[in-house]
Write a new protein. Structure first.
Length: 384
């Protein structure tokens, strides 16, 4: 209940100020007929071109650059002079349909829209009024929503706000640090890929549960970086930052300011005697899965992730915990870099695009609790 109230509060704050960005429609900010108005003048919006003819709305969605991962994102607002039903067709370029349409009048409460796929195009019908309605592939979680959430956690849990650096376009890479009388650090990051909203929906309750765990916070420092790609989020990107780079492939060369700012902070921690012990990176994909580091690679302790996910499976017997170990040393992926650099385990925590939102929250809380239990069990073993 507390998580729901917190989410509602910061999303309402965000919705009230969401109109803070412009996205081009072939040089225009809006698209309209005599009676229908389509707008993209808000954070996370994406429409590349639109045509309105009577009650038919045709939209084109293109990636920010290519080649690119096939994750076509769209978000826009619609309204009409008077109540009327309209038909919407979304055509994707350089990608196939991934995110099913949802609508919201307030940017907080969302509902699914019945749809069809015709020759790869997404089609659906809506009843419009003079009250604007948001249409998006997933729930909208804007940069402002992250800022509001961070502010709330800082006040509620007395953690330290940190500015790690700035994005290509100068947006802050904001973080918070829960300090302990310890040299051990856990890193929890998210939103490297802008459309992967279900990962964000898991990130919030997971992080809040860690912050409520006094035993964990007494033994480990925890660095939270919830929104690594604020430019991509603001501009409604499919995958990349403003430089056209997949940030989850830049954890080797660190040519992008977003990843470089985090590495610089971790270097500062290690140079001061700190020790990175675990990393978690939240994402979304087509199904629920945990991409882990394999055992037998000399990581210490070797069975950390296996024990954690076994505890999670026991705590959530109705949820299938899929563990897919993998070793890709040259791809520039966060979990691989963290593991190779610090000799510890790291994991990519993926939630399915269409996983029930209540399940996402429930599993995230259990995942945080069992993660804490796992790390604290090693602490107890060493002290005995």
């Amino acid at each position: 209940m507390l998580f729901q109230k917190t989410m509602l509060a910061f999303l309402l704050l965000s919705a009230s100020s969401i109109l803070n960005a412009q996205v081009s429609l072939d040089g225009k900010a809006n698209c309209q007929s005599d009676s229908i108005f389509l707008s993209t003048n808000f954070d996370t919006a994406r429409v590349n071109h639109c045509v309105i003819k009577q009650d038919d709305i045709s939209i084109k969605i293109k990636p920010e650059n290519k080649p690119i991962n096939d994750s076509p994102w769209y978000a826009f607002k619609l309204q009409a002079n008077s109540e009327k039903q309209v038909s919407v067709r979304i055509k994707y370029y350089d990608g196939k349909h991934r995110y099913n349409p949802k609508i919201s009048k307030d940017g907080v409460n969302w509902q699914a829209v019945p749809f069809k796929l015709k020759k790869g195009d997404l089609t659906f019908k809506l009843t419009l009024t003079d009250t604007p309605v948001y249409v998006a592939g997933q729930e909208i979680i804007s940069n402002l929503a992250y800022n509001n959430w961070l502010d709330m956690q800082v006040k509620e849990h007395q953690v330290e706000p940190i500015l790690l650096g700035n994005s290509v376009q100068g947006r802050p890479i904001s973080a918070m640090l829960s300090k302990a009388q310890s040299n051990k650090y856990i890193l929890v990051i998210g939103r490297q890929h802008p459309p992967e909203v279900t990962g964000a929906l898991a990130y919030f309750p997971f992080s809040e549960s860690l912050l409520k765990n006094t035993a964990l916070r007494a033994s480990y420092n925890i660095l939270f970086v919830p929104n690594i790609n604020p430019d991509g989020v603001a501009l409604g990107h499919w995958r990349h930052n403003v430089n056209g780079v997949d940030l989850n492939r830049d954890w080797k060369q660190f040519k992008q300011p977003e990843t470089a700012s985090i590495k610089s902070y971790l270097d500062t921690i290690v140079n001061a005697g700190g020790k990175i012990v675990y990393g978690i990176d939240f994402h979304s994909t087509h199904h629920d899965v945990f991409y882990s580091m394999p055992q037998g690679m000399g990581l210490i302790p070797d069975d950390t992730t296996v024990n954690w996910l076994a505890r999670l499976a026991k705590a959530e017997p109705n949820f299938q915990v899929i563990d897919k170990p993998g070793h890709n040393p040259n791809r520039g992926v966060f979990k691989q870099w963290l593991s190779d650099t610090y000799g510890v385990h790291a994991i990519t925590y993926e939630m399915g695009d269409n996983t029930d939102r209540k399940i996402i929250k429930q599993v995230a809380i259990s995942a945080a609790d069992t993660f804490a239990e796992t790390l604290l069990s090693y602490q107890q073993t060493k002290s005995q």
